[in-house]
Ligand binder design. Structure first.
Ligand SMILES: NC(=O)C1=CN([C@@H]2O[C@H](COP(=O)(O)OP(=O)(O)OC[C@H]3O[C@@H](n4cnc5c(N)ncnc54)[C@H](O)[C@@H]3O)[C@@H](O)[C@H]2O)C=CC1
Ligand SMILES: O=C(O)CCC(=O)C(=O)O
Length: 526
């Protein structure tokens, strides 16, 4: 039975959905905060569902031998070592839209809260102080809002702010001028944004380019009296420099939902009068939590049970409709790649996949990943379908695809060609009753199903060879299951793919290679 661990607080719907799909669920919402216990619990799970408390480090990923998918019920994946997951063949998925509206609403709420000092006024009024003159606020109407990052959440914040009649400008190097125009947002440089914005709201992922994007230098050029709102990630702001800018009044106020270190307790910035803080509540509404719990449970179940891939950060997507059609061709591609990879000699320099017939209408990515990973497997122990194409690219191996709509003798065929400095090897396969079958090797037609133990031979097409080979195998007590022959012309070169019921020993292989007609004999494993 497939098993999924939920190690953070996640809506109950997630458990219901997974169990309804006959998945065993271990729901321990406190495990994410206890890496040692989490490590133990990861030993035998196929899937993991998390929010932000669980930090999936390379060490934890290594401790999860069966893990196939990590699902983040939310947007930010900076708590997952994606490179380590990819290297281990684990799909990493998130739910990019489920909590976006809620988080954008939190940013707007925080902007109001800091501009009107609502939390401070609330606390004072509840202490019976009635300090009316102390809490003079600022109006948002007509002010300039500067968005750093205007994607999903930034875009929603922009539209809400426009409703408040604010002017919205944005710094986002990956947003096209056309899209910005559609959003009614003026694209500017970071420097211009810092100098023009009355309110600055951050909405980028945390990565090497965005870490400390609000740096000490940025705070030096910021428009005096600006407010800063951060509902994205703590590491985007240099917190020490912000504290100083708040103290000397360059920054009028800051509203922070996220912190460089979380949970943030006794943070020095909490002592500042002009700061409003929340404990990473951006996504915390009933609606958003229901959305992300349902979405991640469905995505994890689909992936584990059908192979469908949605919202993965390290794999091409495959819909639930596509998955059953692709599965047999992925299997065929893996077998062809494996056969070619086992038979080529020397470092692989290129792999090409030719799709002919109906298979050319299917998504190529997952099939190519299967071909590449199995072709490289004999040379690279760490390769898998998730990291295959990126690993190939890193090693300078060219990957090409070619598609033709017709396949003369079969509904669909896949041809895999693997090149090395010593030559190329190509093999074609098709599906018979959904099962992979080899139909051509190089220019030679031959039909063979694949078995766990096989022998590939090239020999001179002369009488007596098959008998002699049969004698060697019989002496070694190796039974022939199927024997499939092909040749280009009588008396020329012949080929055979032979399925064996037992594994070949080195001695038997030596005896086969010593037969006079033999040109090549190689064992194959599938
Ligand atoms: N506080 C909370 O509870 C929540 C926080 N978040 C965080 O909000 C952030 C934004 O999420 P989404 O809008 O969904 O992401 P998104 O991917 O839709 O948008 C991010 C935007 O940032 C831009 N960007 C990337 N690098 C940039 C750079 N160097 N400079 C300027 N812009 C850059 C991208 O082009 C994109 O438009 C993420 O960090 C996410 O983790 C998301 C949900 C809840
Ligand atoms: O799960 C949460 O509460 C945090 C959400 C978040 O930060 C995200 O989705 O990026």
């Amino acid at each position: 039975m497939v098993k999924v661990l939920i190690s953070d607080k996640l809506g109950d719907d997630a458990v219901r959905i997974l169990e309804a799909r006959k998945i065993e669920v271990v729901f321990n919402p406190d495990l994410g905060k206890d890496p040692a216990a989490l490590k133990e619990a990861l030993q035998d799970v196929d899937g993991l569902a998390i929010r932000s408390a669980t930090k999936m480090t390379a060490e934890l990923i290594e401790a999860a031998p069966k893990l196939k998918v990590i699902g983040r019920a939310g947007i930010g994946v900076d708590n997952i070592d994606i490179d380590a997951a990819t290297a281990a063949g684990i799909a990493v998925m998130n739910t990019p839209f489920g909590n976006a509206v809620t988080t954008a609403e939190h940013a707007i709420a925080m902007m109001f809260a800091v501009a009107r000092k609502i939390p401070q006024a609330d606390a004072s009024t509840k202490q019976s102080k009635w300090e009316k003159s102390k809490f003079m606020g600022r109006e948002l109407f007509g002010k300039t809002l500067g968005l750093i990052g205007a994607g999903n959440i930034g875009g929603i914040v922009a539209s809400r702010a426009q409703g408040l009649r604010m002017k919205v400008i944005a710094f986002d190097p990956f947003l096209s001028e056309e899209k910005a125009n559609d959003m009614g947002v003026e694209l500017v440089s970071l420097n211009e944004l810092l100098q023009r914005a009355d309110f600055i709201s951050l909405h980028t992922p945390l990565n090497d380019k965005t870490r400390n994007i609000i740096s000490r230098e940025a705070l030096e050029v910021i428009r005096p009296g600006a407010f800063i709102i951060n509902c994205a990630r703590g590491g985007l702001i240099d917190e020490d420099a912000l504290a100083e800018a708040l103290d000397d009044g360059r920054v009028a106020g800051a509203a922070l939902d996220v912190f460089a270190e979380e949970p943030a307790k006794n943070h020095p910035i909490f002592e500042r009068e002009n700061v409003v803080v929340t404990p990473h509540l951006g996504a915390s509404t009933r609606e958003a939590q229901e959305n992300v719990a349902v979405q991640i449970a469905e995505q994890i179940a689909d992936y584990l049970l059908t192979g469908a891939v949605q919202n993965a950060l390290n794999m091409p997507s495959v819909t639930a409709d596509e998955a059953p059609k692709l599965k047999p061709f992925i299997n065929l591609g893996e077998k062809l790649g494996s056969l070619a990879g086992q038979l080529v000699d020397g470092a692989i320099t290129g792999i090409s996949v030719r799709f002919a017939g109906h298979v050319s209408e299917l998504k190529a990515g997952p099939i190519v990943s299967g071909v590449v990973s199995s072709a490289l497997k004999p040379q690279l122990a760490t390769v898998n379908a998730v990291n295959a194409t990126s690993l190939a690219k890193d090693r300078g191996i060219s990957i090409t695809e070619e598609k033709t709509e017709t396949s003369p003798n079969f509904g669909s065929t896949l041809t895999v060609k693997v090149e090395t400095a010593n030559g190329a090897f190509s093999v074609t396969g098709a599906l018979f009753g959904g099962e992979p079958r080899i139909v051509r090797i190089g220019d030679v037609r031959l039909e063979a199903s694949l078995a766990p133990n096989m022998l590939f031979v090239i020999n001179e097409d002369k009488p007596g060879f098959i008998g002699a080979l049969g004698d060697v195998l019989s002496d070694a007590k190796v039974n022939i299951a199927t024997f499939n022959l092909g040749r280009q012309e009588a008396g020329g070169e012949a080929m055979a793919l032979i399925a064996l019921d037992q594994e070949l020993s080195d001695d038997t292989l030596r005896a086969i290679n010593a037969l006079p007609q033999i040109k090549r004999a190689a064992p194959l494993k599938f």
